[in-house]
Design a protein around this ligand. Structure first.
Ligand SMILES: Cc1ncc(COP(=O)(O)O)c(C=O)c1O
Length: 358
């Protein structure tokens, strides 16, 4: 006999990428930043650890919100800090989707949206993307119309492409919320400016950002939402009182204050990304032009699982992903390799191994 809610028993649960605990791996599987965070982060965390850890943290993260406001161009009352952007996505799901409401998301994209919908016991539907990762609004118009909550990662994962904001405007449900998950926004060639928040549908839009990628802080767990203060006010009711601890608030505040550090690292990653994409293409892979810190590569042989396993034998981890229900090429189910852009020596190691394997 299970005492869990049927929704919990029914699902397998979200499976994050492998996090090996032994040494010696070239880890290119979970889109972490290969460079360390700003030295100011270490100073700030050390100072916070020597400070008042016996007291609860600021429940609203006031210092962080002030620092973030300077960077994102929206006032502090437009900002909600969270324990990773995944927590923000959970808060949004719980806030907007009851059992009769519909959650939708592009497919293939970030699988967590589906898991969150399942856990919430809401209805959900996939908005099927086209083989070139574009939208076909003739096919998905009705789904958008009946959605209460739509999650769109922009740029997308696993493809790495970015959609322009006129597309995103068409994705706003008439009686629902659009969440733009900008986890990889800092790696784009042109910066995000939150245009949709200032549009007529501004109160129906939430943007989420993370510190796990561009700010090199995946180990700290910090992200935030940007939305109209009325929306932020509602979300605050749903969050835990102290959802961000003193150390992560100190780390994130120092990190966002050091924009030069973040910009230098993302520029380095963009340069390596272009080199990696060109080299993979030379090896016969099809590579989607990426606006992120990873690339999506498929090979005409279709032997992606074997390639993943052969790399793993050499202690190089990439992410093998398969979408058995996506039949873009007749008779061939979609799968491929999602490869995080590491340091130049890491990418050299990967390319040397792939030359032997392919
Ligand atoms: C599209 C997308 N959104 C959100 C996240 C989660 O970010 P965080 O580490 O802030 O929870 C990821 C992590 O890989 C992601 O790929």
């Amino acid at each position: 006999m299970s005492l869990f809610r049927p929704e919990i028993d029914r699902i397998a649960g979200y499976v994050p990428g492998e996090q090996p605990q032994d040494a010696g791996w070239t880890k290119l599987n979970t889109n972490e930043n290969p460079y360390p965070p700003s030295p100011r982060v270490v100073e700030a965390v050390t100072a916070a650890a020597q400070g008042k850890l016996n007291l609860y943290p600021d429940p609203l993260g006031t210092k962080f919100r002030k620092a973030a406001a300077e960077v994102v161009g929206f006032d502090p009352d437009w900002i909600l800090p969270g324990n990773g952007s995944d927590e923000i996505l959970t808060i949004l799901t719980r806030s907007f989707a009851g059992p009769t409401d519909m959650i939708a998301y592009p497919y293939p994209s970030y699988i967590l949206y589906e898991t969150l919908s399942d856990l919430q016991g809401a209805k959900h539907e996939r908005l099927l993307l086209e083989p070139d990762w574009s939208w076909n609004f003739d096919k998905i118009g009705d789904q958008i119309a009946r959605s209460k909550l739509i999650f769109v990662p922009n740029p997308n994962s696993p493809s790495g492409n970015r959609w322009t904001w006129d597309y995103l405007l068409s994705l706003t449900p008439p009686r629902g919320m659009l969440v733009l998950d900008e986890a990889y926004g800092d790696f784009c060639d042109a910066p995000h400016r939150g245009e949709l928040l200032n549009s007529d549908v501004g109160k129906q839009v939430v943007i989420t950002r993370t510190f796990s990628k561009s700010y090199s802080l995946a180990g700290v767990r910090f992200g935030f939402a940007i939305a109209h203060p009325d929306v932020i006010g509602g979300l605050r009711k749903m969050k835990d009182s102290y959802n961000c601890d003193s150390l992560s608030l100190a780390a994130a505040t120092a990190a966002i204050e050091d924009q030069d550090w973040m910009q230098q690292n993302t520029a380095r990653i963009r340069t390596t990304r272009e080199r990696l994409s060109a080299a993979l293409t030379e090896l016969g892979f099809n590579v989607v032009p990426s606006q992120t810190n990873f690339v999506w590569a498929t090979h005409p042989t279709g032997e992606h699982r074997l390639q993943y396993e052969a790399l793993k034998m050499r202690k190089i981890l990439v992410r093998y992903m398969s979408f058995p229900d996506v039949d873009w090429a007749a008779g061939h189910k979609l799968d491929g390799l999602r490869i995080t852009v590491g340091t130049d020596p890491e990418i050299d190691r990967l390319l040397a191994a792939l030359k032997e394997i392919v």
